[in-house]
Design a protein around this ligand. Structure first.
Ligand SMILES: CC(C)(COP(=O)(O)OP(=O)(O)OC[C@H]1O[C@@H](n2cnc3c(N)ncnc32)[C@H](O)[C@@H]1OP(=O)(O)O)[C@@H](O)C(=O)NCCC(=O)NCCS
Ligand SMILES: [Zn+2]
Length: 226
């Protein structure tokens, strides 16, 4: 007997074929990896690609040609425009909006012709690196990168690139601390001696080098426990 999406567990890694809610609108040429779930009234534009074991929450919009890696969690009401690339293991919380045009206009200067919405030389890219988290209701500018395992606090307005492992908050977003792969705070910048050379996570023990705001993992010490 067939089970409806609602009756299936929220996430079941043994279910390999992608699950697509009947109200989702997936255009032609879209690829969706095994184990991914696409929830109600999601709209995925043509030739976007979504990796394996992703969750795309209800009412999210993903523009054409957007590339999304594996095990990415996208909550409800997220707007992902063209020229955005999202690597593996990223979390994008509810209500987040990406942008790709810095000085947008609807029409030509005489107001007589609607401008095309297709990407052109004014379209600027945004890259969200692996493991990063974007908190709820953020606005993400363009021509920038959110670094590996960076964390953006809820309600932030990101106008500049955020380095790897940085915690950035506010409007406009500024780095206030450093976070571990596991998500816990390693140190707050205001409390940290700038000469400190190493940091260890109190929650999981992972260790990092610190060099005046640059955080690097001391060794490839992350072991996949599966
Ligand atoms: C940024 C964040 C990680 C900080 O968490 P925290 O270290 O526990 O912070 P605290 O709650 O102790 O707050 C510390 C200070 O930062 C402020 N603050 C906390 N989050 C903030 C945010 N997102 N933006 C601006 N200021 C924030 C607090 O008001 C407090 O200020 P104060 O010292 O002047 O009183 C967290 O608040 C956050 O935004 N997480 C993302 C949550 C989210 O979007 N989840 C989505 C999935 S449910
Ligand atoms: Zn940790």
């Amino acid at each position: 007997m067939e089970t409806s999406l609602a009756e299936q567990p929220v996430f079941d890694r043994h279910l390999r074929t992608p699950r697509i809610h009947p109200t989702a609108f997936v255009e032609e040429g879209v690829t969706i990896g095994d184990g991914s779930s696409i929830w109600d009234t999601v709209h995925i534009r043509h030739h976007a690609s979504i990796g394996e074991e992703c969750i795309v929450g209800e009412k999210t919009y993903i523009a054409y040609d957007v590339k999304i890696g594996n095990r990415v969690k996208i909550n409800a009401f997220v707007y992902i425009c063209a020229a955005v690339t999202i690597e593996d293991g990223v979390m994008i919380s509810a209500g987040t909006v990406f942008t790709n045009d810095r000085f947008p206009r609807a029409t030509t200067p005489d107001l007589k012709t609607l401008r095309s919405s297709d990407p052109d030389e004014e379209t600027l890219p945004t890259l969200v690196r692996e493991g990063a988290t974007i908190g709820a209701h953020c606005t993400i500018g363009n021509d920038l990168e959110i670094g590996r395992f960076a964390m953006i606090g809820m309600g932030a307005l990101v106008t500049k690139s955020v380095p790897d492992f940085h915690l950035a908050i506010g409007v406009p977003a500024r780095s206030v601390g450093y976070v571990c792969r596991c998500g816990k705070v390693l140190a707050m910048i205001a409390q940290l001696n700038p000469e400190t050379a190493s940091l260890a996570c109190e929650a999981c023990g992972l260790e990092y080098a610190h060099d005046h705001g640059t955080i690097t993992e001391l060794a490839p010490h992350f072991v996949d426990q599966e």
